[in-house]
Structure formats: structure tokens, C-alpha cells
Design a protein around this ligand. Structure first.
Ligand SMILES: [Zn+2]
Length: 296
């Protein structure tokens, strides 16, 4: 067959090999629209899309969420799925043309098969699935993934008639978009999560501040009482307060200082965690995901 050092490969051998590789790539791209990314079973309702536009049978993702080892390569396929809230349940039209070789779903408008030949998108607000071109033909001001669009901010889904804002950057979720788009979608997801976390931290920080304020006030009142007693009599500080109250105040002050120290430690730990963080994981995840498709 050549290329093994024993013979010189002819043009036909090379062309044959290249043809085979191209078909394999195409078959893999096609398979993604036929089979659940986790269970590798044929896609059947209820079907969900993850934040990167990958497709699953819902029961398989639930199983994965309950047991991360339910599918051997689960942690390499969708480590970024943290809960059901990350999933979009799709309203896809089953292919009236049944059969193993036929795509499970078709576009609501054009009836084109969702088999990877043309790009497909889902509307995030209702989950209806369309061929990108067919939907944009009836909704010309529909935003592209991650971009906003100009025009009226209200439209109806041409399938289920539910109203939504077509100009919003989050209006559509592309199904199995190109790698670069998947990377953008993952970056968006991680950024949104980080923002939500920071927001939560800020809120709990405010609560702590409030508590500290209260603590301060108690100490100030105590101090005021001390001053008064100091000026009014030669008795030692705090003597005007009952011993039990004094002990209570001392305990409170101790707790306040401990809380302060504890908080700064927690903040330090957070920054350390951030340093070793997500970026490497992301790169690693992408490497593995795409390797898997390239080699299977
Ligand atoms: Zn709809």
C-alpha cells in the first residue's frame, strides 16, 4: 500500500487515503447530530443542549450529574455542566422520515434534516430548533451568537409563537458550532459563573460589615460607659458594669477580632485558588474533547 518504506506510493494510494480521512471526519460530525454525546445512544426526546451546544438525551445527563463516573469519558465531554439549570430542553421536530440512517430531527420551518450539513440553532427562550438559514429568513433581525442586533426587540417564535427579544445576544444557542464559537460560549459561561460568585461574596461581605458595625457600636457604648465611670469615680475601668456584662463584652470583642482574621484568610485562600485556576482546565478540556473527535 506504500508509505511503509517497502514501495513507492502511487497517486491513487494517496488520494484514496485522503478520501477516507475526509469521510471519517464527516461521519463524526454527522454522528454528533444522531447520538447522545454521553450515552452514544440515538437521540430521542427529551433531548437537551448544553451551554456549548452539544446534544444529549436528558436522562443520560441526569445520570451523569448524579454519578460523574456513569459514563467513562463524561468528565472529558462536559465537565462544565454543573446542574440541570445549565441545560436547554429542546423542542425539535422528529424526522417524519424514520430510519437509522436518517437524522432524528428536522427544522420546524424548512424540514431540513439536522445532520450537520447546514448550521442549526435553538431559540433559548423556548427551545425550538431550526435550520439557521430558515429561521433568519423569517426573522432578519435575529442576533448572531454572542452579538446583539438592531431592530424591534420583540418577535414571536415562528413555531410556538412565544414572544422573545431577537436582538439579544443570548437569543440563540447554536447546535454544535465551530470550535472557536464553543470556546467563546465556554468563556461566557465561566465569566457568568465568576460574576455570580463575586456578587454572592459581595453580598455576604456586606452582611459581615453590618454585623461588625453592630459589634463596633457595642464596644463604643461600653467605652463611653467606661469613660463616664472613669471620670465620675476613681474606680478601675469597667467597674460600673456588672462582671457578667464585662465578660460578655470581652467575649464579643474577641469574636469580632477572630471574625476579622478569619475573613482575611478566606480572601487569601480565594486568590490562591484563582491563581491555579480555570484557564489550564479549560485548555485541557478543549484539547481532550477535540482529540476525542479527531481520533474516534
Ligand atoms: Zn418556540
Amino acid at each position: 500500500m506504500g508509505a511503509d518504506g517497502g514501495s513507492i506510493p502511487g497517486r491513487r494510494d494517496l488520494v484514496k487515503t485522503r478520501g477516507k480521512a475526509a469521510t471519517t471526519g464527516k461521519a463524526v460530525a454527522r454522528e454528533r447530530f444522531f447520538y447522545c454525546a454521553l450515552s452514544k445512544k440515538r437521540l430521542a426526546k427529551p433531548v437537551v443542549a448544553d451551554p456549548l451546544g452539544k446534544l444529549y438525551n436528558k436522562d443520560a445527563v441526569i445520570e451523569y450529574l448524579l454519578d460523574k463516573n456513569a459514563y467513562g469519558d463524561g468528565e472529558q465531554i462536559c465537565p462544565y455542566i454543573s446542574g440541570v439549570k445549565d441545560l436547554l430542553t429542546l423542542n425539535a421536530q422528529p424526522n417524519p422520515d424514520e430510519g437509522e440512517s436518517k437524522a432524528p430531527f428536522v427544522c420546524w420551518l424548512s424540514l431540513k434534516e439536522m445532520n450537520g450539513a447546514v448550521p442549526f440553532i435553538a431559540l433559548r427562550h423556548c427551545g425550538c430548533v431550526f435550520a439557521d438559514g430558515a429561521l433568519r429568513a423569517v426573522l432578519p433581525n435575529l442576533a448572531k451568537t454572542g452579538e446583539t442586533a438592531e431592530g424591534p426587540a420583540e418577535a414571536a417564535c415562528p413555531n410556538c409563537t412565544k414572544a422573545f427579544d431577537p436582538t439579544s445576544a443570548a437569543a440563540v444557542l447554536p447546535i454544535y458550532p465551530a470550535e472557536e464559537v464553543q470556546e467563546e460560549l465556554l468563556a461566557d459561561l465561566l465569566a457568568a459563573r465568576a460574576a455570580a460568585k463575586a456578587n454572592k461574596k459581595r453580598k455576604s461581605g456586606k452582611d459581615k460589615e453590618k454585623k461588625e458595625d453592630k459589634g463596633d457600636r457595642v464596644t463604643k457604648v461600653a467605652k463611653l460607659k467606661n469613660d463616664r465611670s472613669a471620670s465620675g469615680s476613681p474606680a478601675p475601668a469597667n467597674s460600673s458594669l456588672a462582671p457578667s456584662v464585662r465578660a460578655q463584652l470581652a467575649e464579643q470583642e474577641k469574636r469580632r477580632l477572630a471574625a476579622q482574621a478569619g475573613m482575611s484568610d478566606a480572601v487569601k485562600a480565594m486568590f490562591h485558588k484563582g491563581d491555579t485556576g480555570k484557564k489550564g482546565d479549560v485548555a485541557d478540556f478543549f484539547g481532550r474533547t477535540y482529540n476525542r473527535y479527531a481520533t474516534s
